[in-house]
Design a binder for this molecule. Structure first.
Ligand code: HSE
Length: 409
C-alpha cells in the first residue's frame, strides 16, 4: 500500500482524489500496490464530500505520519504551499504539484531540498494541465537543442479570446464563464495579465536550458486586457486568430522568453487550439516540430497529470529516478528582449500620414494591412525581420494616438 496525502482540497485536489478512486484498480496494477489517499489537509471541512472522513485541518496528521511517503500539493500560491512543501521534502516525502507559481519561484531551492533528502519534487501538471509536456521535454527530447517553444499555455485567456472571436462576447462575460468552469486562477489578474503564462514559459525555458533557472518575473509580458472586438475584426480579415503566446527561443542571436498576444495565421497549427485547450509547439534541432495539444486546465484533466506523477513517484521512489536539478547560472541565461526581432500590426487614426510612420520607423519594412476599419490606418511593420523590440518602442514614442498594436507570430 502506498499512502499519499493531498494538501488543498480545491478543484485540482478534489480531482486527484476522484481520479485515484475512479481508476483505483488500474493504478494498483501499474504501480504494483494500491495507492491510497490517507489524508487530505485543508483549512475547511467538507462534510458533504465522499472524502469527508479523510479530511483534516491538522497538518501534523500528514507531516507526522511516516506511512505517508508522497504528498500532493494543490494549495496553490507560494506562501503556505512553500512552507508545507519544504516541510514535506525535508522529511523525505516526495512532493507532486500542479503549482506553477511555486515551481517557477522556488523550484531551484525545492529541488535541492528534495535531492538532499533523497526524494523528489515533480510537477508535470504545472504546465499544460493534463497535457504531457514537462517529462517529454525533459526526457524524450533530451537529445535536442530546443530552438523554440511556442505555446498557448493559459486556458482561461484562450477561452476568453475564443469567445470574443466566435461569439462576439465581451471580455467580462467570457471571464466569468471561464471562472464558473473552474479554469481561472483565484485572482484572475494572473490569467488575463499573462502572469500564469509567464510562470509556465519560465518553467519550460528552464528545462530547455538544461536546468539554468529562468526567473519568471524578469520576462517581458503583455496580457490580453487591451484586446478588443475590433482587434478580432482585423484578425478575421487577416485570416488569423489572436492568441496569447508564451514563447522561448534559443537561436544564434540569443535566447529569449516572453508572453504577449499575437496574430497567428489560421493555417498554423497553434491557431486551431480554442476554448480551454492548450497547444505547445516544440522545435528541436533533431526532431523538428512537435505539437502537444489537450486540456490545459480543469479538474480531472489536471488531476490526470498529477496522478501520473504520483504513480511515477510510487514506482521509482527508491531510485532517485526523477530528480531534476535546476541551478542559478552565474551568467545571464536570456538576452535582453530589446534585441528580439518582431513584426506587428499597428492601428492608428487615418489622420496620421505615411511620412509620419516612416519617420518614426526609419528603414523598417512597412506595408498596408489587407484591411482597415473606418477612420483608421493599419500597417504591418517589420515583416522583413528588420525591426527589434527596441526599434518598435522608440518608434511608438512618436504617437500618442495608437489604437492598438499586436505582434504577429
Ligand atoms: N488558470 C490556469 C489556466 C489554470 O487557465 O490555464 C491551469 O494552470
Amino acid at each position: 500500500m502506498k499512502n499519499i496525502a493531498i494538501l488543498g482540497f480545491g478543484v485540482v485536489g478534489c480531482g486527484v482524489a476522484e481520479v485515484i478512486a475512479m481508476n483505483k484498480d488500474r493504478i494498483a496494477k501499474r504501480v504494483g500496490e494500491e495507492v491510497r489517499v490517507k489524508k487530505i489537509l485543508d483549512i475547511h471541512e467538507f462534510p458533504d464530500s465522499p472524502f469527508a472522513d479523510l479530511i483534516t485541518t491538522n497538518k501534523d496528521e500528514v507531516f507526522g505520519d511516516s506511512e505517508i511517503s508522497i504528498v500532493v500539493e494543490t494549495i496553490g500560491g507560494a506562501r503556505i504551499a512553500y512552507e508545507y512543501t519544504k516541510q514535506a521534502l525535508s522529511s523525505g516525502k516526495t512532493v507532486v504539484t500542479s503549482n506553477k507559481e511555486l515551481v517557477s519561484t522556488h523550484g531551484v531551492e525545492l529541488m535541492q531540498i528534495a535531492k538532499a533528502n533523497n526524494c523528489s519534487y515533480i510537477f508535470e501538471a504545472s504546465v499544460g494541465g493534463g497535457i504531457p509536456i514537462i517529462r517529454p521535454l525533459h526526457r524524450c527530447l533530451a537529445a535536442n537543442k530546443v530552438e523554440r517553444i511556442a505555446g498557448i499555455v493559459n486556458g482561461t485567456t484562450n477561452y476568453i479570446l475564443t469567445q470574443m472571436a466566435e461569439c462576439g462576447s465581451d471580455f467580462e462575460k467570457a471571464l466569468k464563464e471561464a471562472q464558473s468552469k473552474g479554469y481561472a486562477e483565484a485572482n484572475p489578474s494572473a490569467d488575463v495579465d499573462g502572469i500564469d503564462a509567464q510562470r509556465k514559459i519560465a518553467i519550460l525555458s528552464t528545462i530547455a536550458l538544461d536546468g539554468a533557472y529562468v526567473d519568471p518575473t524578469k520576462l517581458f509580458t503583455v496580457g490580453i486586457t487591451n484586446i478588443t472586438t475590433k482587434d478580432m475584426e482585423y484578425a478575421k480579415e487577416m485570416n488569423a486568430s489572436i492568441k496569447l503566446l508564451a514563447v522561448f527561443e534559443n537561436k544564434e542571436d540569443g535566447a529569449f522568453a516572453y508572453v504577449a498576444p499575437h496574430l497567428v495565421s489560421k493555417s498554423h497549427p497553434l491557431a486551431c487550439a480554442n476554448d480551454v485547450f492548450n497547444a505547445i509547439m516544440v522545435t528541436g534541432n533533431a526532431l523538428g516540430d512537435a505539437m502537444f495539444y489537450g486540456q490545459g486546465a480543469g479538474k480531472l484533466a489536471t488531476a490526470s497529470a498529477v496522478v501520473g506523477d504520483v504513480m511515477d513517484a510510487a514506482l521509482h521512489q527508491d531510485k532517485d529516478a526523477h530528480i531534476t536539478e535546476w541551478f542559478v547560472s552565474d551568467k545571464p541565461v536570456l538576452s535582453p528582449i530589446e534585441n528580439h526581432v518582431v513584426s506587428v500590426l499597428l492601428r492608428l487614426p487615418d489622420s496620421v500620414s505615411d511620412e509620419a510612420i516612416s519617420e518614426a520607423f526609419p528603414e523598417i519594412s512597412c506595408q498596408p494591412c489587407v484591411y482597415e476599419a473606418e477612420g483608421e490606418k493599419a500597417v504591418i511593420l517589420g515583416k522583413d525581420g528588420d525591426m527589434t523590440e527596441a526599434q518598435l518602442a522608440i518608434g511608438l514614442e512618436n504617437f500618442d494616438n495608437v489604437i492598438s498594436m499586436i505582434r504577429i507570430f
